[in-house]
Design a protein around this ligand. Structure first.
Ligand code: AGP
Length: 618
């Protein structure tokens, strides 16, 4: 997703803008740009491609000033070209705008403005905003009013930062459905801080009255830990030593600032070559943290409606089986992007359980809002503090995974699954669906989980060898039964999203209803066989696909190795554990296999093409 950075005062704007955008670059982008007020004009420097390209451009054509805005763009309207990169300006280049989100009525606004004589230079929806603000500024001569009128004309999601030659000592921000945070300086009076060099990140300086705006907290941490989270409908005016915020009714409000205690360093790679490798290795510790963390306090619902996307959806599919088996609670799992447009049947006796690592996934946020409107109580399982989903839920179960930077989630997924397991066991205990003995046995098993995960994670060399031997299969199938099926889906998604190798996941029992037609020589089948009660059935499926030429890797508990060696070509054993714990173990080698294939293929593991860490648009 796009990244936004705004700076006013404190030091030369460009190094801080570049530095802030680099802290947001994990979100995925394909163009970058800055706009800086140099005392007379707004100067724009923007280019398709990486921040390095922008830095090269700036080295050749420097711009100086202590007020500026910057943007990394993930293309939605219009290809990733220099012209479509943000910031965008009005015709007279007196206003510059950066924007995250999607303007759904862009076409109508563009036609209306063109009819009024506006000539557009880009294909973006954002340029419409620049011209709207310019239009209303002519009528109101006040940037706050002009911006308010512009956002009232917009339909869609936006995080906007606007600067103007007419009000050079102010930056304006507005948000709806796309996050935006404001950083407050320590403020030790005025004066200029020495200009930062590229890449130099200011220590948290005793700042000389500086204000910051960004689309995510990490961009601000090198400069300040005092953060204000804008809410939907807010318009903010940020100056060197003050912030004024108007709510959706255009009434001035006081938004309390929060002090951020977590460290950016925790989000740095350490001695790993990629964030994904670091985060895979962190999973046992993340599980241990979550096992010690406070558990959701909420009334037990009659039924649960899960809403989630991607890997979080796979975690929810596992959660559905946990709630049924361990707590006797029925639930349904909805793809959030589908649920938000479904028929609005009442959900008065239901809990909507939104699962989201980032807490900013637009579809999940919209689905949770939709469920609340239909009468459901909203609970969220979230990793990122102060995220939109966390703020709007009625109750939150924190995942405690720590910052997850790699686009492909690993510890996010396993902590979501573990959070769901803990909630299911707690509800099962409270409802006496689980006997006291079973509850005690589970508590004991959970205490062993981090060590079991460390054992399951270890075999990196094995994964590398397998990936090398199967670097380009004709097709890849992941199959499983029961809890192994959503784990198979997650394994397939990991392989697709980081190595670009297509993979399909199926309930093993479904193969005979069509997909088995695709099985032939050179087809790789990864069979998850960790659910012991279903093992004979899955072994039959392995025999069926082998008979048609497939090469089969089976993952199973160590105690079932002999049985699987009779059926599969290769067996990857996992520690013995209760069937319900196995998704947390089986997914680890699947993550590692996908990772090794991606490395061998030279893929950008942390930032796969076309993907973003937090999908804050529809
Ligand atoms: C996971 O590897 C993917 N990056 C993606 O499917 C992700 O799980 C999905 O976008 C949901 O994200 P969230 O958990 O932040 O809501």
């Amino acid at each position: 997703m796009c990244g936004i950075m705004g700076v006013i005062g404190g030091h030369d704007a460009v190094p801080a803008l570049i530095d802030g955008l680099q802290h947001l670059s994990y979100r995925g982008y394909d163009a970058a740009g800055v706009a800086v007020f140099n005392g007379e004009h707004i100067q724009i420097r923007k280019t398709a491609g990486s921040l390095d390209k922008l830095k090269t451009l700036l080295s050749g054509q420097p711009v100086r000033g202590d007020v500026g805005i910057g943007h990394t763009r993930w293309a939605t309207h219009g290809a990733p070209t220099d012209c479509n990169a943000h910031p965008h300006t009005d015709a007279r280049e007196r206003i510059a705008v950066v924007h995250n989100g999607i303007i759904e009525n862009e076409r109508a606004l563009r036609l209306q403005l063109a009819a009024e004589g506006v000539e557009f230079r880009s294909q973006t929806d954002t340029e419409v905003v620049a011209h709207l603000v310019a239009k209303y500024l002519k009528e109101t001569c006040d940037l706050h009013c002009a911006l308010r009128k512009a956002i009232e004309a917009i339909v869609g999601a936006y995080a906007l930062v606007v600067m103007s030659v007419d009000e050079p000592d102010r930056l304006y921000a507005a948000r709806k459905d796309s996050p935006l945070v404001i950083g407050l300086s320590a403020g030790t009076g005025r004066g200029q801080k020495a200009p930062l060099q590229f890449g130099e990140t200011g220590q948290s300086p005793a700042l000389n009255g500086a204000g910051y705006i960004a689309s995510d907290i990490p961009a601000l941490l090198p400069y300040t830990r005092e953060i204000i989270l804008l809410e939907d409908g807010d318009v903010a005016r940020v100056q060197r030593d003050s912030v004024t915020i108007w709510d959706r009714s255009d009434t001035i409000v006081l938004r309390e600032s929060k002090t951020i205690h977590w460290d950016q360093e925790a989000a740095d790679k350490g001695d790993h070559i990629t964030f994904m490798e670091k985060e895979m290795d962190e999973q046992p510790d993340a599980a241990a943290r979550l096992l010690e963390a406070p558990l959701l306090q909420a009334a037990i619902p009659e039924r649960v409606v899960f809403v989630a996307c991607g890997s979080a959806y796979h975690a929810a599919l596992i959660g559905r089986q946990y709630f049924a088996q361990l707590a006797g609670i029925p639930s349904e799992v909805e793809v959030a992007s589908e649920f938000r447009y479904e028929s609005p049947l009442p959900l008065n006796n239901a809990m909507c359980l939104a699962v989201s690592q980032s807490g900013e996934t637009a579809d999940t946020l919209a689905a949770m809002r939709q469920a609340k409107l239909r009468g459901a109580r909203a609970v969220a399982i979230v990793n990122v503090q102060d995220s939109s989903i966390a703020r709007e839920a009625d109750a939150v179960q924190w995942m405690h995974a720590g910052p997850e930077i790699a686009v492909a989630t690993t510890k996010g997924f396993t902590t979501q699954v573990l959070a769901l397991l803990r909630i299911a066991l707690e509800w099962g205990r409270r409802r006496e669906w689980l006997t006291a003995g079973a509850a005690r046995s589970w508590a004991n098993d959970l205490n062993k989980l981090p060590e079991l995960m460390r054992e399951a994670i270890a075999d990196t060399e094995r994964a590398r060898r397998f990936a090398t031997a199967h670097i380009a299969p004709r097709l890849v199938f992941f199959i499983g039964r029961g809890l192994d099926t959503p784990t198979a889906m997650e394994g397939a998604l990991k392989l697709k999203e980081i190595s670009y190798q297509h993979a399909a996941a199926y309930a093993a029992g479904e193969l005979k209803h069509g997909p088995i037609a695709l099985i032939e020589i050179d087809v790789l089948v990864i069979a998850l066989c960790t659910q012991r009660e279903l093992l004979p059935k899955t072994i039959s499926n392995i025999r069926e696909v082998k008979a048609r030429g497939a090469y089969v890797l089976a993952l199973c508990q160590r105690r079932d190795e002999a049985a699987l060696k009779q059926a599969a070509d290769e067996v990857w054993t996992l520690p013995d554990a209760p069937d319900a714990l196995m998704p947390l173990l089986a997914v680890l080698p699947l993550q590692r296999l996908a990772y090794e294939v991606a490395l061998l293929r030279g893929c950008s593991v942390d930032k796969p093409r076309n993907l973003a860490k937090s999908v804050t648009v529809e």
